[in-house]
Design a protein. Sequence first.
Length: 229
Amino acid sequence: MAKKIVKKRRIKLLPFFIVLFILGGLSFGVYLLLKLPTQNLIVENTSYLNDDYVLELAGVKDYPSFYFVSAGDIEKKLEESIYIRKAEVRREFFHVFVFDIEENKPLFINNTSQTVVFSDKEEVPVSEEIDLFRIPRLINYVPDNKYKSFIQGMSNIKKEILGKISDIEYQPNDYDKDRFLLYMDDGNMVYLTLTKFDMINYYDDVLAQLENKKGILYLDNGNHFQIKE
């Protein structure tokens, strides 16, 4: 009976190491790609908050890895701030993060409570935030049943006009319990009532017709201007 010869199969190690080398190289290349830092940070649609505040709050001022950072986590961090209503973080080509910010608009400083009041009715102590914003002061007490409507009226004032108001005084009379007096930076005074608060947005248009005269503008009842003597 012939003896059966069993041939031993040799394992070719070279192709195995080549495949291992290629996979290792690809893995290392992917790792390096994922570790690439962010190249640019763009903050959009802010009027009150500066870029440094937003980027520091987001935790990206050191330009971290573009791929290892979660856009969702950044949005959550930003929206924890009282100054930010909504944040959307987008990744764009060339390793760019874009931060689209919807601010919580600061409206006025309430001298009675010593707080900064925002459009969503949130308030923070003046001592903490007095230097952040250029906004008017409410210099006296406003009854609770008028206060919410007053905040709503203030939230309808354009930013460029809001910055021209120095002080606001609640000044009701026998005919109008919703009456306020606004002291403007240019020396003029404006009377408004809560139902017509957005009339102050036309202040620049009215001012152009006054030929640099100073006085009191009545927008609460009729539209007329009384020149200072």
